[in-house]
Design a protein around this ligand. Sequence first.
Ligand code: SAM
Ligand code: SF4
Length: 396
Amino acid sequence: MSEPDSRGDATTPALIPPPLSLYIHIPWCVRKCPYCDFNSHGQRGELPIGEYVAALVRDLEQDLPLVWGRPVHSVFFGGGTPSLFPPAAIGDILAACAARLKFHPGAEITLECNPGTAEHGRFEGYRAAGVNRVSFGIQSFDDGCLQRLGRIHDSREAEAAVKLAQDAGLDNLNLDLMYALPGQDLAMALHDIERAIALQPAHVSHYQLTLEPNTQFAARPPEGLPEEDAAWDIQEACIARLADAGYAQYEVSAYARTGRQCAHNLNYWRFGDYLGIGAGAHGKISDGASGTIRRRWKPKNPRDYLAHAGTAAGIGGDDPIAPANRPFDYMLNALRLVEGFALRDFEARTGLTRRAIAGELATARERGWLEGDGEYLRPTELGRRFTNDVIALFLR
Ligand SMILES: C[S@@+](CC[C@H](N)C(=O)[O-])C[C@H]1O[C@@H](n2cnc3c(N)ncnc32)[C@H](O)[C@@H]1O
Ligand code: SF4
């Protein structure tokens, strides 16, 4: 434990394994959206649901030795579109996980849902299966915007889906919205926020539309995209309106009512540990005894994944995070948070001393990007505007 760190300090603190989460990836959607670079594939014919559930179980069994005995604090079904899987399949996956892992009492269990896949009775089934949080990909309540985004649902279906979940007794709901959409002005973006607030979700995610490489939008950018300054004005105005309605910003794109922050995402941003199962899923696991942090990922292509899950070929890669790279990895997450981070958490979760980042922290303070006392540091308003520049300081 007292090996020198990347900067040659002799007193490296112990790496203390942080809380553990479980991510489960479902790689299919009804149709691929033109802006999306997630590992998601348009559905062609029947989905191999039974086969995929069995592959997830093999995948999990192979990862279990990485986390023996550690409780799972949250589970997240992400996609793709997990709501393409019926409640019985989600129930089978959760039962198989609970039989092999210790779930923390009250663990948050989230399922991502595309409103275009919501059906009467489904949410009762998800809830009975153990899901206690649903995240809806709403994107906008403007039917013109939804069409330009290539979405399969309209605003009426979006509202109906949220109400179905609420009627099923699911009260911990997130609504994903995007802004800086083609043809969208400030008034339209604020109108989206108003319609979201009217549905009284516990949480809102508000993402700026980005043109991701290898998407249709990157190849042929849509017309009428707002300029960067206009996008910033939209974000500022939406932050204020959300705050006014009781949704406090706690991360670059996340807003929640008191006590309703997403536990699963918070664990990522606090550099917690997670297992990732499913096509293209990533995991990050710390080992206190050896002082190592590793990332492990699975084959991206669903066909490869189905063929190889649970075997050596079912591991897409498994790499340690070198001590020299840990500050950047930590900051990439922690500096997204309004609360920032405590230096003792940086030490416990990277196994490095605070001296390893003293120079970068001093620079960030001088530039007015970070503030705080000796122990806690958080981004200033300026630092939040230039999050990527602040994070880049830690790149080695
Ligand atoms: C994996 S998708 C979630 C749920 C579901 N697949 C859906 O779209 O309804 C996660 C969220 O990421 C956001 N997102 C996806 N691509 C984006 C992009 N290029 N720019 C900004 N946000 C994006 C969307 O808000 C989307 O709901
Ligand atoms: S945004 Fe959601 S529904 Fe659209 S392709 Fe991506 S994962 Fe699928």
